[in-house]
Design a protein around this ligand. Sequence first.
Ligand code: ARG
Length: 356
Amino acid sequence: MKLWKGRFSKEATSSADEFNASIGFDRRLYKQDITASIVHAKMLGCQGIITAEESSLIVNTLKEILTDIENGNIEFSIENEDIHMNIETILTQRIGDTGKKLHTARSRNDQVALDFKMYIMDETHEICSLLKNLMEIILDIASSNQKTVMPGYTHLQRAQPVTLAFYMLAYFQMFKRDYKRFVNAYTNMNEMPLGSCAMSGTSYETDRKYLQKELGFASITENAMDSVSDRDFALEFLFCCEVVGIHLSRFAEELILWSSKEFGFIEIDDSFATGSSIMPQKKNPDMAELIRGKTGRLAGNLINLLTVMKGLPLAYNKDMQEDKLPVFDSADTVKDSLKIFALMLNSIDFKIKNME
Ligand code: ARG
């Protein structure tokens, strides 16, 4: 039986259940959901809202569930709608009614705001380290090409002689700003929303400072209605991803031009190119083209969530469940693009004589 079914006399049709469910995609939040639930259960125990025994039973069982999910031993169900209710149901199946006490002084509204934020913060860490890796490769190319002369262009017309190092360092600056942009977004979102409950807090004596410290946030959010309605952090993340995409796309475009016979400035390694059976002279820079192309998805994902959020009244609305797919897609796309771009760039053969 669904956790919220108290007032209902009819089951939802199965097509409505499927339409409503987000478990198909929000299962990705399982780690954040369990980590946050463990801290919440500890807080409930410390505050005497549940007993110490209940608290440690919940915590230990959640840890077992985490291991079981990671070993692929858990099947989620559409009937249980989303990752939050799935995990709570599994917990209750294992330890009975004590499992239900985990949801004391909490709602899925503050739960999802927290889980989603934690997910985005984790992804931000990963993207920042990929940006750093790319910047290091750019620096390496720059430092070994301080005397490599090449044309600089304006209007794509030969303009003034520059060095390859100078050219590379222009992109270095863009990725450095991208890095800072993610750090700024991270700093903005570093406020812990749990304790806001459905929209107006709770009459239980919870300890939000404890939650904040244990979950590693810099501070707590200040208004419960805002806490459950805010998706600015996801929008900022999507914008940061899109700007990285634009920088990668411009760089990819240079590499595509430079690898043409007309320029002849570089040769992209065979492992990052494709060929043609009827035009054997060709070496197509597919990876660079795909990275350029994927910028469209990154822009689309940002516009997607901006449009979802526009005009939503306070507080939580189910529209907001649509926030996850664009964020998951942008995070994956940016990480994949950064990884492949760095490898490709690292393997490029610069035709120094042609540049000169
Ligand atoms: N699956 C929902 C989402 O991702 C969780 C929050 C649901 N809250 C609610 N009151 N129905 O947005």
